[in-house]
Design a protein around this ligand. Structure first.
Ligand code: HEM
Length: 137
């Protein structure tokens, strides 16, 4: 069980690395005026989203489900945690939509909007880790 939990935590960290870094790239991309700079951001964003964030998300969920359904670890805290995970997946998929907007040069949001958007995963991280480590209910 501990090997599965180890893999769960490692992929969770991988997923969050992308959830924090991709919106930061969007901040700088939204401020970029030259086409060479924009082309460079498009490559970085695409590799981060498909090469790091997507596998991180998939394996965090696979090993989390394994801990839950395979070892029967659960409770009211896990139901609340699954609500947080659902919101995280929605945020992740919305990042994919924003990625497409930048890729087709149709981004309409300001760098300021992306700075606030970049803070959202912090709230989800605290909520999920408090629920699973402290298990308040
Ligand atoms: C569908 C998604 C997920 C499921 C079903 C799930 C389920 C679980 C379960 C059953 C455990 C074992 C708890 C224990 O041994 O007491 C666990 C551990 C953990 N999960 Fe998740 N999890 C999911 C997603 C996440 C996400 C997104 C995060 C990140 C914020 C996360 C962070 C952790 C941490 C840090 C632990 C280790 C807790 C400890 O050892 O005390 N999990 N998870």
């Amino acid at each position: 069980m501990l090997w599965i939990k180890m893999l769960h935590i490692v992929f969770m960290v991988t997923w969050f690395a992308g959830l924090f870094y991709l919106p930061r790239l969007f901040v700088y991309h939204a401020m970029t005026e030259d086409s060479a700079g924009s082309a460079r951001f498009k490559i970085m964003e695409r590799k981060l989203y498909y090469g790091i964030m997507a596998p991180g998300a998939v394996f965090t969920i696979v090993f989390g489900m394994w801990l839950w359904l395979g070892y029967g670890i659960g409770g009211a805290w896990l139901h609340a945690k699954l609500a947080v995970v659902t919101a995280l997946v929605v945020y992740h998929l919305y990042c994919g939509r924003l990625l497409a907007d930048f890729n087709f040069d149709r981004n309409a949001r300001s760098h300021l909007w992306y700075r606030w958007f970049n803070e959202v995963p912090v709230i989800f991280l605290f909520a999920a880790v408090i629920l699973v480590v402290v298990k308040p209910f």
